[in-house]
Design a protein around this ligand. Structure first.
Ligand code: FES
Length: 147
């Protein structure tokens, strides 16, 4: 490979790398983090966080991610019905990596474990289900009980 060919190959590799990086960033920002309030031992999330206004039309979200600076991992909050929610700690039970949410399932970027919306392992190497939190409804809020 001559110098010109080498530079051309490197340039294409850089452009490809930038493209992949931009794609990954857009995936990361497509996840919606709900506003929340940490009060004592529970997080409060407005039920309206599950409704998105798209061009004047209400569109439902199936899940939101709940983050707090006091927590090491986000919580995946999935709407099962108007009164039932699944709240899962997004730490992989294999070696502790942060999981990624994809609609009604979660995956681990480290070694490929997968979990369903209820936190059950559907693919290893993880062997244990995810940590779950109880939820309840209070007025217009969903309460995630952390203890
Ligand atoms: S840390 Fe998640 S599969 Fe290994």
């Amino acid at each position: 490979m001559d110098r010109k060919e080498f530079l051309k190959t490197c340039g294409l590799a850089c452009v490809g790398g930038l493209g992949i990086s931009a794609l990954l960033q857009s995936c990361a920002t497509s996840q919606y983090f709900a506003g929340n309030e940490l009060t004592g031992s529970h997080l409060k999330v407005l039920q309206t966080e599950f409704t998105l206004n798209k061009k004047g039309q209400p569109v439902n979200r199936s899940y939101v991610l709940v983050k707090s600076e006091k927590l090491n991992f986000p919580i995946y909050l999935y709407k099962l019905s108007e009164t039932e929610y699944s709240a899962l700690w997004m730490e992989c039970t294999h070696q502790g990596a942060e999981l990624s949410a994809h609609g009604d399932y979660l995956t681990c970027p480290s070694h490929g474990s997968e979990f369903d919306r209820l936190g059950n392992v559907t693919q290893g190497p993880a062997q244990n289900n995810l940590r779950k939190f109880k939820t309840s409804i209070e007025n217009q809020f969903i309460l995630i009980h952390l203890s």
